[in-house]
Design a protein around this ligand. Structure first.
Ligand SMILES: C[S@@+](CC[C@H](N)C(=O)[O-])C[C@H]1O[C@@H](n2cnc3c(N)ncnc32)[C@H](O)[C@@H]1O
Length: 275
């Protein structure tokens, strides 16, 4: 693709639409990756012009993912992960963090962006003692996800369902029912002792809310910010782990000499399905 030397093979990939920004590619741009097109960089820069903190938000969100996986694999002993809305491969993907704790960990990734299928090899370099798989599927179709994930994961053993920065794409904030129904369907398929971990951007970050509203007019899949109470509500019926559903920088932070990272208005946490 002329002028797109970073991902030249993309011209050969069917179903890649470079006329509108795509969430996974814009996210990859903010994370400092190389898998994005001009339309994504333009949308990403327009967003950053209104909310410059978006680069920190993306990185802090990935950092939260890493801490969650490390905690679930290391402290809780979870060995199976279902990561939906995976995004493009980047540093410390879920299987890399989990398999550092236990090489036998099994991970299923799910996303609906065709570019991720094209780059999925990076997600599939599993430790041979464990397993990774990639499913191209839509979060709106949880039954298909469950059916296909069973080929890699044992649904008689606990699974951690990972939904990082994806439920905002599912339905607008006035309609929590759809997002809750999807979470419920997925959690019902998992045995007691399974976990839900997610993070979502909240309306509390005014600059992010303003930039997101503009982004949602760009033609890409919109993302809807929720009230913190709505994010907390996605964990209804589950036993929430300490320190609760909180701004992500407060969730089991690593000791460091630089103090607490900035509050980017992203809320998240982890909870256990009851016995
Ligand atoms: C903001 S990115 C977050 C990526 C990753 N979870 C992370 O936290 O770094 C949102 C991801 O969700 C995916 N996504 C959006 N809507 C989806 C849907 N309906 N089904 C599956 N994946 C979806 C996008 O393609 C993108 O990769």
């Amino acid at each position: 693709m002329t002028g797109e030397p970073e991902i030249p093979e993309a011209q050969d990939i069917p179903r890649i639409d470079t006329t509108v920004p795509h969430s996974a590619r814009v996210w990859n741009y903010w994370l400092g990756g190389k898998d994005h097109y001009a339309v994504d960089r333009e949308a990403g820069d327009q967003f950053a012009a209104v909310y410059p903190g978006i680069f920190d938000l993306a990185r802090l969100s990935r950092y939260f993912l890493g801490r969650v996986i490390r905690h679930l694999a290391g402290e809780v002993g979870i060995r199976q992960f279902l990561d939906i809305g995976t995004g493009l491969p980047t540093a410390d993907n879920t299987h890399e963090v989990a398999q550092r704790v236990d090489p036998e960990a099994r991970i299923v990734y799910v996303d609906n962006d065709p570019l991720i299928l094209a780059h999925a090899n990076a997600l599939l370099i599993s430790d041979p003692r464990g397993a990774t798989a990639y499913i191209e599927a839509d979060l709106l179709d949880p039954d298909t996800i469950i059916r296909e994930a069973r080929q890699t994961l044992d649904f008689d053993e606990p699974v951690a369902l990972i939904l990082m920065q994806v439920l905002g794409h599912v339905s607008n904030a006035d309609d929590d029912a759809q997002a809750r129904a999807i979470v419920n369907t997925l959690m019902q398929a998992l045995p007691p002792g399974s976990y839900l971990a997610l993070n979502e951007s909240a309306v509390t970050n005014e600059a992010n809310a303003k930039a997101t509203a503009l982004y949602n007019e760009s033609g890409g899949a919109p993302y809807y910010l929720r009230e913190p109470e709505q994010i907390v509500g996605l964990f209804d019926g589950l036993d929430v782990l300490e320190p609760g559903i909180v701004p992500i920088q407060l969730w089991r932070p690593d000791p460091n000499p630089f103090g607490e990272p900035a509050d980017v208005g992203v809320w998240g946490g982890t909870a256990r399905k009851r016995d």
